[in-house]
Design a protein around this ligand. Sequence first.
Ligand SMILES: [Zn+2]
Length: 284
Amino acid sequence: MIDCYCPVCKHRTHHQVLGEGKNLSPEDDYYYSATYRVVKCCGCDHVSFDLEVFEEGNVEYDQDGNEVIIPVHTAYPVKENSIEPLRSWEIPSLISRAYSESVEALNNGSLLLASIGFRATIEALCIEKGITKGNLEKKIDELSKKGIITALDCERLHAARFMGNESAHQMEKPDREHVLTVLEVINNILNNLYIIDKKFKEVIEYRFKNYDDFQSLLEKGIDEHKKGDEGTVYLFLPERKYRKEDLDKFEDELQQRIANKKFTRLSVLPKKPESKFRQGYRVE
Ligand SMILES: [Zn+2]
């Protein structure tokens, strides 16, 4: 039984040792031992891997002044105190690639690489939002002006020292706390832009202001389809939750307008069995 970090319980717990092997330094040499163990958490049964290293250089003294070698434990695959990146399919891949590699660099202690990566993450966000002109400082201002990030997040990004430096050789060695704070700001931005919004749209029903609001959303959707495409209103409306009563009411009006030739961009299909819940339409 040993004590080591469990990535599921997220703290040190008792672990049962399922198997182990040891590498030792050659005799009379600098003392070094590395024990590799497959371990199982006694709290949650999660199986992981623990590396225990004893090294001559890593000593402390006990109460009687005797040297005691302090073991260093490393857990795999998730290290103690490692940072979990935001995971969401909703973050565009251009941004998420730079972002996850930067978090990985941070977890490996590569602070300079992590900070260059976070700069690249913000650059990627700007590209994704169509902001391509000027240096990064100007682009960050533009993100704020367009209301994509808050004025406060804009201020925080400017305050991050390495954000203003154009190339790696201008950078001082960043400290971990500083990089962690930048990560927090970036998490906040990505959360607001991509994750909360997605959850919100899944959970909160959209309320049409009136028939015109319904029709204008519908028309935007029709613009993205070609003549002959067929589907229910769900094909054309943005992917969100809608109240059934709203759709019933506005579709009645839509069908009247189609019948009176006041709305000619769609025609009404004979009802098909698979769309028994909603009327089918065809793009004209
Ligand atoms: Zn556990």
